[in-house]
Design a protein around this ligand. Sequence first.
Ligand code: UT7
Length: 319
Amino acid sequence: MSYSRLIGTGSYLPKRVLTNAALESLVDTNEQWIIERTGIRTRHLAAEDQDTCDLAEQAARRALDMAQCDVSEIDLIILATTTPDRIFPSTACLLQARLGNHGAMAFDVQAVCSGFIYALSIADQFIKTGTVQRALVVGADIFSRLINWSDRNTCVLFGDGSGAVVLEASRTPGILSSHLHADGAYKELLTAPAKVVQGGLNGDAFTKMQGNEVFKFAVKALSKVVDEALIANQLDMSAIDWLVPHQANIRIITATAKKLKLPMEKVVVTVSEHGNTSAASVPLALDVAVRDGRIQRGDLLLLEAVGGGFTWGAVLLKY
Ligand code: UT7
């Protein structure tokens, strides 16, 4: 049985930047509140003519470049998104066509902000069993299109972006374990409840969130799933070189690190520059820390995320 080794990472943020000061003119908020409660200073917004596949393509090409991998060598494409370009085909298939790959397995995963963790784990199962040699795993979202820009509870939090990794079958680790969970009993706490009926939307397609409840659940679930990953590998938190958390809110990140007794110097934080980019947030943070040299070959990484559903999970890997 082989391991899945990360051989390339990539990410992309759209050009347009929305500052906290600009949000002050949209809703009853202020820069100080946003920074203190969320740690977010700016978020990036996709242009009107950009779709999720456009964002995904940029991150995917950068990851393939770093991996020195031709797209024809990819035999699995998984794209995590909550904002697909079409009802069908999947955005993974649209990305496949854009990149010029023919014949690889391709599908989307919908687990909101945990989507990339889910997708990474699924790709790992295919590689471990020998079905797949090389996989492209992407998290991409244009969450700004699910935001009511007059709702201050949500509009200050989210941004658009994408991140990607290329995985390759290898005799050396690699992904050590992944731990996925969901509990649909919490479906109303974070949701965009509309459905498609007779060619139109029925219900409200804007994101609704009970922020406080999400916050409490997130800190509890994330520290528990991180513990679960450590116990499964008989490791102590001190063995971890880098925690790469879902970038939703700096207070969730610091509260989780505190619960785990992990110094913040070992936590990759990018939320202040791009806010919560949903499925893109973990691979974005990963790519930033790989490219700026913080994450080195041989480092032990713990990736974690929580999102609507609720869904949550962690992946432990040797880089
Ligand atoms: O991937 C998972 C996605 N979601 C999340 O991770 C979100 C998790 N939750 C959070 O990040 C936090 O709960 C928030 C940042 C959303 C809110 O922070 P909080 O410390 O939980 O604030 P709160 O909801 O308890 O609200 C405190 C006050 C309220 O006013 P009153 O009732 O005390 O007068 C809110 O109405 O802050 C008010 N408020 C705002 N004020 C200025 C809420 N949003 C804003 C805003 N600007 N944008």
